[in-house]
Design a protein around this ligand. Structure first.
Ligand SMILES: NC(=O)c1ccc[n+]([C@@H]2O[C@H](COP(=O)([O-])OP(=O)(O)OC[C@H]3O[C@@H](n4cnc5c(N)ncnc54)[C@H](OP(=O)(O)O)[C@@H]3O)[C@@H](O)[C@H]2O)c1
Length: 340
């Protein structure tokens, strides 16, 4: 007879717990806990991979837009397999068993096992590489919304972004190329030009100095209408100054920890619009069909190699501090992931 014990071969699961906010290396501890049992309408998921994103580090520090109640298991996104189906799901539950799914919002992905409502799951096609699947829900989704939500871009139109070597930045480059838009990419260090051009960047600039003139040289004098800012401070101002009249600067990250300061004249005489994006809010407000459409395209691009985020290292949950220290390093060549 099939029992829970032979379907789920382990009785203990592991998780990284956050009990207080503070320095990311000091506030996490790895613990063993019982494998949770799915309630009515829920499934048990065995986590495969979960990345460490900048937003996760902000949560550990207690410096994010919304903070979880403590103690909690951090981890904003990830991917896993449905191991067991709770009561009340009928045929829909049977269909979910064994499927790879995106971990839903609030799951806390830095763990080996967890339960979730079946209704919140998005099934991942097997053609999507598991590493890419673990990182799709936040950064590539953000990139797609940044490119489509604020300015109706025409074929061949230029956009400009900073932090272009980030996960989001690379997705912007790849999606823009797939959709027929052109990107000018500002990075903060030398030596990335060849790599970013190889994934579809049209231009890579290693500093924001004299940005307007250099962009005019690249675009033949046509200023971009969309600027994407994940840094703030002087870098954001440099982007704003290059934009066309009534252009839009969208701020979605604050890696430089400096506020966006825009001279009055850019607002009065150029009518620039300052917008922001938080992908969690987009998901909350999106209709089912908007979400479905977004995932369908991301899965297609990830399974065909159009979208690819490099991974620098994969750590076990037992090595949480080492993993977090690695994710905090400047000049990484890719994302740091936890293996569930
Ligand atoms: N609003 C949203 O919904 C949303 C969604 C996703 C991400 N984000 C934000 O987007 C940003 C990028 O996230 P990610 O996961 O794509 O990042 P990531 O892959 O971890 O890479 C971080 C990038 O930031 C660059 N960077 C770090 N400090 C910097 C500084 N002081 N000045 C300029 N660049 C700096 C790094 O440059 P090097 O390559 O030179 O080290 C690296 O390219 C983060 O701020 C994140 O919170 C926001």
């Amino acid at each position: 007879m099939e029992t829970r014990e032979n379907r789920v071969s382990v009785s203990f699961s592991r998780g990284i717990f956050l009990t207080r906010f503070g320095s990311p290396l000091e506030v996490v501890e790895e613990r063993a806990v019982m494998v949770p049992q799915p309630c009515v309408g829920e499934v048990l998921i065995g986590v495969e991979l979960a990345p460490i994103n900048p937003a996760d580090l902000n949560v550990l520090e207690g410096k994010y837009g919304t903070l979880p109640a403590l103690p909690c298991v951090p981890g904003i996104e990830g991917v896993g397999r449905v191991l067991e189906v709770g009561a009340g799901l009928g045929v829909a539950g049977e269909e979910l068993e064994g499927k790879r799914v995106l971990l839903p919002h609030g799951f806390g992905s830095w763990r080996s096992h967890g339960t979730a409502l079946a209704s919140e799951l998005v099934v991942v096609p097997e053609a999507v590489p598991v590493e890419q699947a673990s990182m799709l829900r936040i950064n590539p989704a953000t990139a797609l919304v940044l490119l489509e939500h604020f300015v109706e871009l025409k074929p061949g139109e230029w956009i400009v972004q900073n932090a272009a070597n980030s996960g989001v930045g690379r997705s912007v480059i790849q999606i823009a190329r797939a959709c027929g838009w052109r990107t000018i990419n500002v990075v903060r260090r030398a030596g990335l030009g060849e790599e970013l051009r190889a994934i579809g960047a049209d231009a890579v600039l290693e500093s924001s100095e004299d940005l307007g003139a250099r962009i005019a040289g690249i675009t033949g004098g046509v200023p971009p209408r969309l600027g994407l800012n994940a840094v703030g401070g002087e870098s954001a101002l440099a982007l704003a100054k290059t934009l066309a009249e009534s252009g839009v600067l969208v701020t979605y990250g604050a890696m430089g920890l400096q506020p966006v300061r825009i001279p009055n004249g850019l607002l009065i005489f150029k009518d620039l619009a300052m917008r922001g994006l938080w992908i969690s809010r987009w998901y909350k407000n999106a209709t089912l069909s908007q979400r479905y459409n977004l995932f369908e395209r991301l899965f297609h691009w990830a399974s065909t190699g159009v979208l690819h985020t490099p991974v620098e290292a994969i750590y076990s949950l037992e090595n949480s501090r080492e993993a977090i220290a690695h994710a905090m390093r400047d000049g990484r060549g890719g994302k740091v992931l936890f293996k569930g």
